[in-house]
Design a protein around this ligand. Structure first.
Ligand code: PLP
Length: 343
């Protein structure tokens, strides 16, 4: 792997591509404890061919970003929430969670070590961080691993909507992403392997991604590709699906709070029925990657339902996007505890 040179980066034209940055954090779980924690330069993992991650998918991960503010400070957005979610994902796959307080410190150490790679304020670009834990060692049977690697690597990523926020269309999928009592609430690798085919079929039909419906009756919206769904009802309720098989999005919970406390809307987690889309005047997909992708139209049973517009973004969606990105980049006052400066 060739290390990337910061001078070669065009901050305004970054996509979402892996880059081999100078440093990543790693720690190894052996003999019942986490050890050798620290920054390393080597970006290659050396693991046994019998590692449970390779055969049985014992892998959990997170996705989060570091933002540069106009004052040239670098800050993280709710990293404690990523630590808590990773712990829960670990519990679901019988993996030993990396201690939550050390998780946030480790993330900060990676940002600090690669500080020149945090994109300049104003480009909309950010430093994406990928905490990852895999089951290693040589337990070939279907058992939890006895050894694990925890790593956090980073890469600069571009502004998702380079020409400004614009709506995209989605299509409902006949496949299920996860079962109600399965692993949908956990950020585990297998969920994403299962989403590749439905996503590919949606792309081939010209849609940005697919929308999963509830795995029991296929009547309620669950997730939008790898993002959560929200809709604004005609009577100004911010509504987002409540389901045991969707990933609890940190962006979604932040928008729920902001909708209520900064925009004065009623905000709730409740069922969103796919045959009642007329109740909504705006809709969006939310997650760390794009923050909000406004949903222009949703194709279901051969019919495209348009929410606000296929070309323009609704006023409430725009306001939510501006408020949340303002908080992340330090230009809008953050609720207590939402941002942590990297010093
Ligand atoms: C399946 C899935 N749903 C939702 C989200 C959004 O979660 P967050 O807002 O924490 O990034 C993600 C990750 O981005 C995801 O992978």
């Amino acid at each position: 792997m060739t290390k990337v040179n910061v001078k070669d980066i065009d901050w305004n034209n970054l996509g979402f591509e892996y880059m081999d940055l100078p440093y990543r954090f790693t720690s190894h779980f052996k003999n019942g404890e986490w050890q050798d924690a620290g920054l390393v330069e080597d970006s290659t993992l050396h693991i046994s061919e019998a590692s449970p991650v390779l055969h049985y998918g014992q892998a959990v991960f997170e996705g989060m970003k570091a933002y540069r503010t106009p004052e040239d400070k670098v800050q993280l957005f709710r990293p404690d929430q990523n630590a808590a979610r990773m712990k829960k994902s670990c519990e679901r796959l019988l993996m030993p969670a990396f201690p939550e307080d050390q998780f946030v410190e480790a993330v900060k150490s990676v940002v600090k070590a690669n500080i020149d790679f945090v994109p300049p304020y104003g480009t909309g670009a950010t430093l994406y961080l990928r905490p990852l834990m895999i089951g290693t060692g040589s337990t070939i049977g279907v058992h939890p691993a006895d050894e694990y690697i925890f790593t956090i690597f980073a890469m600069p990523v571009g502004n998702y909507f380079k020409g400004g926020l614009s709506p995209v269309n989605f299509i409902t999928s006949d496949y299920d992403r996860a079962a109600h009592r399965g692993t949908g609430q956990s950020k585990v690798g297998g969920n994403y392997a299962a989403s590749l085919l439905p996503g590919d079929e949606a792309h081939k039909q010209g849609f940005a991604d697919c929308v999963y419906l509830d795995p029991v009756e296929h009547r309620k919206i669950e997730e939008v590709g790898s993002a959560n769904f929200f809709g604004i009802t005609k009577n100004n309720i911010f509504r987002t699906p409540k389901s045991p098989s969707i990933l609890p999005s940190i962006t979604k919970y932040s928008l729920l709070w902001l909708a209520e406390n900064r925009l004065g809307l009623k905000a709730e987690e409740a069922d969103v029925f796919v045959d009642q889309l007329d109740d909504y005047k705006e809709a969006g997909a939310c997650g760390t990657a794009a923050v909000i992708s406004p949903i222009g139209g949703l194709q279901h049973n051969g019919k495209l339902h348009v929410f606000y517009s296929e070309t323009e973004v609704g006023p409430i969606t725009s306001k939510l996007f501006e408020t949340l990105t303002g908080i992340q980049f330090g230009t809008v006052e953050a609720p207590e505890g939402w941002v942590q400066t990297v010093e």
